[in-house]
Design a protein. Structure first.
Ligand SMILES: [Zn+2]
Length: 257
């Protein structure tokens, strides 16, 4: 981009073009450039789903050019691209009279915008800190992480690893399971066994063929452990051990409580 100053300036225009805030002459000039520039074509494709985000970034008081805001987004451009585009958008916004109207229109489309919508609704500032990416941590994983009372075991034969967290509740015992190194397809149960031998199923699930918590697996899906929550009626003090068993009756791993 440094080789040609004029071309460089045009490359920079892609963000403003994606937002529709160029005036007619500028838009025509950019379109002519776009027809011959693969890089800008790619940027435009990338930006197609990001107008609301860019608009919100540019529209937030006190956040102009702040990369930290961009980092809280579920979908985000590279930091440099983000900075550059936000800077570009802010600059254009000051220049173009019609931009404010357009930004309000785009802000309305934030309803489908995910986490950034929460940030925009608060008007930025301190409360923006509270707007964390959504749905990145499952409730079961959070519950497991929050339990102080945990036991873990790996079965010598199956190599399946289970960690079980428990918490005493008025209704019995709340249970969270972290399961690793288990392959499918198969259906399983987590069973709590009391000191007197009573068995209660805390939860059941299916292991897809790619498995859970498989070290070195090709996909994140298979590398991630499985987290599940359940409960049993027996009190925490009565539980002797937990078993992960298949619906066929095979014990995959036993964990002493
Ligand atoms: Zn270009």
């Amino acid at each position: 981009m440094q080789s040609s100053q004029g071309q460089g300036d045009l490359h920079e225009t892609v963000g403003a073009y994606a937002l529709g805030i160029l005036d007619d002459a500028e838009a025509t000039e950019f379109e002519a450039h776009l027809a011959t520039c693969e890089w800008c074509g790619q940027q435009l494709d990338e930006l197609a789903g990001m107008e609301p985000m860019l608009a919100a970034l540019a529209d937030l008081p006190g956040t102009r050019g702040t990369p930290a805001i961009g980092e809280t987004l579920a979908v985000r451009p590279s930091p440099q691209l983000s900075d550059r585009l936000v800077g570009e958008v802010v600059e254009r916004r000051v220049k173009a009279k019609k931009s404010r109207r357009l930004f309000f229109g785009l802000a309305a489309s934030l309803i489908i915008g995910g986490p950034i919508a929460a940030i925009a609704a608060t008007g930025g500032g301190d409360t923006a800190q509270e707007a964390k990416p959504l749905a990145s941590v499952s409730p079961a994983k959070q519950a497991f992480a929050g339990m102080d009372d945990k036991v873990e075991a790996t079965d010598a034969a199956t190599q399946v690893n289970a960690a079980v967290g428990t918490v005493s509740k008025p209704y019995g015992t709340g249970i969270a399971l972290q399961l690793k190194n288990v392959k499918g397809p198969q259906k399983c149960s987590l069973v709590a066994v009391s000191k007197s031998g009573e068995r209660e199923t805390a939860t059941t699930w299916t292991v897809p063929k790619w498995g859970y918590g498989i070290k070195g697996a090709a996909t994140e899906l298979a590398r991630n452990p499985l987290y599940l929550q359940g409960a049993v009626a027996m009190s925490n003090a009565d539980i002797d051990h937990f078993e992960v068993v298949t619906f066929d009756g095979d014990k995959l791993v036993e964990v002493d409580a």
